[in-house]
Design a protein around this ligand. Structure first.
Ligand code: IPE
Ligand code: IPE
Ligand code: MG
Length: 229
């Protein structure tokens, strides 16, 4: 009998290493983001062929605003380009897109495009969460503030879970970080309590479907106990 605990419903990626990938090629960091954006589209498509219910990617953190303006602008331009074409793919692939993070910081036109894409795809079966201006701590604080706004005086774990940006998705089963750093960097702080973690030195622009297979193979060999025996 298949072991149900091993079912992979939700996979998440910390897409790290774009800058170093470009530097190795004596190219500007922005070029790494450009190639990384292509990798993102390919990996999302590949996960869809594996029939994985939810995919989450970390594209830009609440801390990434500290980067040089030129780099931030380049990432936002890539994001805007992606928004122009995303909806077509989402509808074709039956994917609902959800942007994780506080959208109020984005310029009006970008924010409207984000909301439109979310709204048009909202009845699709699979989920793609894109963390942009995303921070795990910000997400928890936001959830608590929503509880306060609703007049709650005592809150439960479920109250918070139901108000996270990821509320439409199951908890992540597997979190993959590329780029050789062994940390979470404020990603899915609440949701990762029992996620399996997989770290690889492969830089994000080089990450391939074979690398996804390798991560899932490792995931399948793990024994998830959730505190039990
Ligand atoms: C990940 O790649 C993309 C973002 C954080 C926006 P990096 O830009 O962090 O690449 P490295 O880690 O500097 O190589
Ligand atoms: C994490 O990568 C954020 C994203 C991949 C979007 P960073 O490159 O920002 O993380 P640190 O600074 O190495 O922790
Ligand atoms: Mg990095």
């Amino acid at each position: 009998m298949a072991d149900k605990t091993k079912a992979l419903r939700h996979i998440a990626f910390i897409m790290d290493g774009n800058g170093r990938w470009a530097k190795k090629r004596l190219m500007p960091r922005e070029y790494g983001h450009k190639v990384g954006a292509e990798t993102f589209k390919n990996i999302v498509k590949y996960c869809r062929t594996l029939d994985i219910e939810a995919v989450t990617v970390y594209a830009f953190s609440t801390e990434n605003w500290k980067r040089p303006e030129r780099e931030v602008n380049a990432i936002m331009a890539l994001f805007s380009d992606y928004l122009d074409v995303a909806i077509k793919d989402m509808m074709k692939e039956n994917v609902r897109i959800v942007f994780l993070g506080d959208k109020s910081v984005f310029p009006n036109n970008l924010r409207k495009k984000m909301e439109q894409t979310e709204d048009e795809s909202k009845n699709n079966k699979y989920i793609l969460n894109v963390g942009i201006n995303y921070g795990g701590r910000d997400e928890i604080v936001n959830a608590v503030n929503l509880c306060i706004k609703e007049g709650m005086t005592k809150i439960t774990e479920d109250d918070i879970t139901e108000r996270l940006y990821t509320k439409a998705s199951p908890m992540p089963d597997l979190i993959v970080r590329t780029g050789g750093e062994y940390r979470i960097s404020n990603f899915l702080m609440w949701q990762s309590a029992y996620s399996e973690l997989y770290f690889t030195d492969v830089l994000w622009p080089d990450f391939s479907s074979e690398d996804v297979d390798r991560a899932i193979e490792v995931f399948n060999s793990r024994n998830r106990r959730y505190g039990g025996v």
